[in-house]
Structures are given as structure tokens and as C-alpha cells.
Design a protein around this ligand. Structure first.
Ligand code: NAD
Length: 500
């Protein structure tokens, strides 16, 4: 399919694709596939005013009816899945299966949110006072700004938007400046759902603000945007969080990870190898949950490394649209340069590097292709403790589980983690209070590829936010505690006497 027919199938018009000042480059071949228009910080007040007006109407629409809009969105996403996935591949470089998986994740969170729209429940709490009833109610909060990263160019919006919509909140989306086209296409799909939904959905309910960091900062600074959900690097979170905090806004931060796997002596190595390869090289190492550190018991280190080296040597790498490709391009040449710099530092620290070279033969010219790297490290040095957003897996050895857990937790990030073991004591120790310090901790599953039913997010420099399933919806609502006195007396709490 040509770019032009793909764009057309997603209702992207010539006005969307051309004439703007932001070039969109495909990581597959470096081609400029569109020139989109950007908003800037001066446009933010009007957008926020539209979102506030939409909020006044949308919060009055019953939540199950709000869920109907999300149900229609899921229908439209199902119909558009192959086309949107193909655009994700073209713009972000994901292999076809992962592009389809990303859109499926959007559908899954919509389905989840539809059910949720009838389940936005609070607690009732026993009152200490006779003739009193205490309860909590969850109310819509207000406009939610959603700032997203390039590596999940559409799914992260849907994690936020599907929940925000049923919770009664309008959404202003600032996508990554590297992936604005998939955002435009997603908005077109949402518009199909809005048209079918009818007049209950106010104008300004879903808005898109294409632009860079300055636009994100303007949204973060706006006191009329009570929720800012931001996904990206820890560097971004460090710049944004104080701005939101200074006006007492609510930030949901989903930042960088440095995810590890402990491979214990009893591990099923067949399973471990498959999990390691998927989570270390899938999406060309550009997932927040990508496996970056392998902490292997000394007794199984050599056999595991031998198998990994063999698999890595034969990984099908190239055009992500070609059947059979497992490793597509990195997002751009800068990402390749950062990977090379990290490999050089690792080598200087005594690391033994396998793979990691830039690839120019047998791949589309102009793309940013690299061989995934395995690096045997003598210790967890400074470079290992940083997130390098590339397919770069550091391998370290351990002797005792306590040592492995200490190494595991001794990084600034706290997103996803796992242990491969058949020993129940080891598995439970890893999941216990003194075990993994991450938001996600798995046993006999790699760290990446989460389902939407669970809350997603991590601790420490990952930012502490939670999105997606479980009770993450509470982040998009305000809690109101109410006490109702249906008696004829006015008893005070804590037995206080105040007779007048
Ligand atoms: P990035 O930080 O460069 O950009 C992310 C978004 O933040 C973009 O929309 C960008 O325009 C915006 N931004 C950047 N600086 C900003 C600022 N000072 N103020 C306001 N907005 C700003 O990240 P990226 O390169 O697009 O994505 C890769 C990073 O995202 C990795 O660190 C990865 O781990 C992280 N990530 C985290 C999660 C998660 O759920 N924890 C998910 C996906 C990606």
C-alpha cells in the first residue's frame, strides 16, 4: 500500500499531511512522509477554554452513556485496526505484529473502560455517630492533558483517554513530535465515533495539540488543566513535574525504566531464552519495559549466554513491514549514536560486547538499523544504571539470591522486573516486601508486554504513576467524602462537646 492510499484510508487529508512546519520522517527509510502543522504555547489558553466548556457539559452526562462513546470508539478502532497499525509501523518503525498489537491494546482498554463506566463506585463507611451515614463519591475532575512518547504513539493516549472519557474528563493530547501522524489518524477515528454518538458529546471533548516540549510545558502550567498524564523520559518528568506541582495539579508520570530479569539455577532455560529475546529486542529495545539487565546465577550463566549469542546472531532484522522481521529500525540516527556511546562506555568499564553494530546492508537505505547487543559486564557500572533506549542487554552474574535482588534494585528506575525460577521460595521472596522494588514484578514471564487489566507504572525515577487497569481510573476523578445526618440530634465526632 502506498503512503497516499494509507493516509486516505485513515481520513488524513492533504491539509493534514502537507504544508506544515513539522516534518514527519519514517524510521524505515528516513523518508519525509508528511509535513504537519504545529500548535504552539499561545494556542493553549483557547484549547483549555474549549476543554473547560466541554467539561461543564460532559460531567453531566451519565457515566454509562459516556461509556457508550468509548464503545463506539472501540468499534471504529476495530474497523481501522489494519490501517492504523500500518501507520504505526510507517511512522514509529514497529514490526507489523507489534503495530497490530498496539492497536489491539487500544481496543482492549476501551472494552475495559466501557464496563468501568458502570463501576465508578465509592465506599460506604461506618459512622461513629448515630443516625449518620458516611460515603464517598467519585466525581469528574476536569480537563486532562496527555503527553505521550514516540514508542507507543497511540496506545498510551488510549490508556488515558478511554478512562478519562468515562470518568467525565475532556482530553487534550500532545503526542510526541516524532509521531504526530498516528495521532492525527487516531483523532480521525475518534471523530467517526463522535459523529455516531451524537449531540451529547460537546465540542472540545477530544483535542489534539501537535508540537514540542514548549507546548507540553504550557499545558503543564495551566491551572485549568487539573490532570497532566505524561509519558516519556525521566528527563522530561524532571522538567514537567515541578511545573504541575507548583500549581497543585495532579501529575500521572510514566517515565523511564531499567528493567531486569533474575535467572535462577532452577530456571526453565527454554522459556527464559524466549522471554529474554522478546523483551530485550522486541520493538528494537524501545519499550519502557524493555529488558535491559540480565542477572544470571553463575552456574547457568555460560549455557544461557551460549544460547542467547546463537539466537542473537540469527535475528531477522530489517524492514519492519517484511514478513518474518523481528527487529526493525530505531527511531532515528540519534538513537543509534546514543547506543554506540553506551557500548563504548560499557567496553571502557570492562564489558565484552557481542553485536551492536550499525547495519546498512540488507536493510532499507536511510533507516537507523542496529544489531541488538549483548554485553557481558563485570559489574553494574554507571552506564548499566542508566536507561539507553535501544536493544542493549547487559549480562551480570550472581551467587546468592540476596545479592541478585540487591543488584536488581540498585538502579534509579523502578518499572518492570521478573525472575525465572521453579523454586517457590525464590519466587515469593522476589515478590515480597524486601524483593523487587518495581511497579511490575513477574515470575517466569519477561518484564514487557503487560495486559491492560492491571495497573501499569513504576516507582522511583519511573515517576510513581499508574494507568490502565485495576483502580487506575481513580487518578482521573476527585473523591468526595459525604456524611449525612438523618437524625434529630447533632452529635460531634471524637465525642467533642460544644453546647450552645
Ligand atoms: P521524551 O521524554 O523525549 O518525550 C516524551 C514526550 O514529552 C514528548 O511528547 C515530548 O514532546 C514531551 N516533552 C519532552 N520534554 C518536555 C518538557 N520539558 N515538558 C513537557 N513535555 C516535554 O521521550 P521519548 O524519547 O519520546 O520516549 C522514550 C522515553 O519514554 C523512554 O525513557 C521510555 O522509557 C519512556 N516511556 C515510558 C513509558 C512508561 O509507561 N513508563 C511508556 C513509554 C515510554
Amino acid at each position: 500500500m502506498t503512503d497516499a492510499s494509507l493516509f486516505e484510508s485513515l481520513d488524513l487529508t492533504a491539509e493534514d499531511n502537507a504544508g506544515g512546519d513539522l516534518p514527519v520522517r519514517s524510521p524505515i527509510d528516513g523518508a519525509t512522509i508528511a509535513q504537519v502543522r504545529q500548535a504552539n504555547a499561545a494556542d493553549v489558553p483557547a484549547m483549555v477554554a474549549r476543554a473547560q466548556a466541554a467539561f461543564a457539559a460532559w460531567r453531566e452526562v451519565p457515566a454509562p452513556r459516556r461509556g457508550e462513546l468509548v464503545r463506539l470508539l472501540a468499534e471504529e478502532l476495530r474497523a481501522a485496526k489494519p490501517a492504523l497499525a500500518a501507520l504505526v509501523t510507517r511512522e514509529a518503525g514497529k514490526i507489523t505484529a507489534e503495530g497490530l498489537g498496539e492497536v489491539q491494546e487500544m481496543i482492549d482498554i476501551c472494552d475495559f473502560a466501557v464496563g468501568l463506566s458502570r463501576q465508578l463506585h465509592g465506599l460506604t463507611i461506618a459512622s461513629e455517630r448515630p443516625g449518620h451515614r458516611m460515603a464517598e463519591t467519585w466525581h469528574p475532575m476536569g480537563p486532562c492533558a496527555v503527553i505521550t512518547a514516540f514508542n507507543f504513539p497511540v496506545a498510551v493516549w488510549s490508556w488515558n483517554a478511554a478512562l478519562a472519557l468515562v470518568c467525565g474528563d475532556p482530553v487534550i493530547w500532545k503526542p510526541s513530535e516524532k509521531t504526530p501522524l498516528t495521532a492525527l489518524a487516531t483523532m480521525r477515528i475518534a471523530q467517526r465515533a463522535l459523529r455516531r454518538f451524537g449531540a451529547d458529546a460537546p465540542e472540545g471533548l477530544l483535542q489534539l495539540a501537535v508540537g514540542g516540549a514548549g507546548l507540553g510545558q504550557a499545558l503543564a502550567a495551566s491551572p485549568a488543566v487539573p490532570i497532566v498524564s505524561a509519558t516519556g523520559s525521566t528527563r522530561m518528568g524532571r522538567a514537567l513535574a515541578p511545573v504541575v506541582a507548583a500549581r497543585f495539579g495532579r501529575a500521572i508520570l510514566e517515565l523511564g525504566g531499567n528493567n531486569a530479569m533474575i535467572v535462577a539455577p532452577s530456571a526453565d532455560l527454554d522459556l527464559a531464552v524466549r522471554a529474554i529475546v522478546f523483551s530485550a529486542v522486541g520493538t528494537a529495545g524501545q519499550r519502557c519495559t524493555t529488558l535491559r539487565r540480565l542477572i544470571v546465577h553463575r552456574s547457568v550463566r555460560e549455557p544461557l549466554l551460549q544460547r542467547l549469542r546463537a539466537v542473537y546472531a540469527g535475528l531477522p532484522l530489517g524492514d519492519p513491514r517484511a514478513p518474518g522481521t523481528l527487529v526493525g529500525p530505531l527511531i532515528d540516527a540519534d538513537a543509534v549514536a546514543r547506543m554506540q556511546a553506551a557500548l563504548a562506555r560499557a567496553q571502557a568499564d570492562g564489558g565484552v560486547v557481542h553485536g551492536g553494530q550499525a547495519v546498512t546492508q540488507g536493510v532499507p537505505a536511510g533507516g537507523a538499523y542496529v544489531r541488538p547487543a549483548l554485553v557481558e559486564m563485570p559489574a553494574q557500572t554507571a552506564v548499566v544504571r542508566e536507561e539507553t533506549f535501544a536493544p542493549l542487554l547487559y549480562v551480570m552474574a550472581y551467587d546468592t539470591l540476596a545479592e541478585a535482588i540487591a543488584l536488581h534494585n540498585d538502579v534509579p528506575q523502578g518499572l518492570a522486573s521478573c525472575i525465572f525460577t521453579l523454586d517457590l521460595r525464590e519466587a515469593e521472596t522476589f515478590l515480597a516486601a524486601a524483593g523487587s522494588d518495581c511497579g511490575i514484578a513477574n515470575v517466569n514471564i519477561g518484564p514487557s508486554g503487560a495486559e491492560i487489566g492491571g495497573a501499569f507504572g513504576g516507582e522511583k525515577e519511573t515517576g510513581g504513576g499508574r494507568e490502565s487497569g485495576s483502580d487506575a481510573w481513580k487518578g482521573y476523578m476527585r473523591r468526595q467524602t459525604s456524611t449525612v445526618n438523618y437524625s434529630t440530634r447533632l452529635p460531634l465526632a471524637q465525642g467533642v462537646r460544644f453546647d450552645v
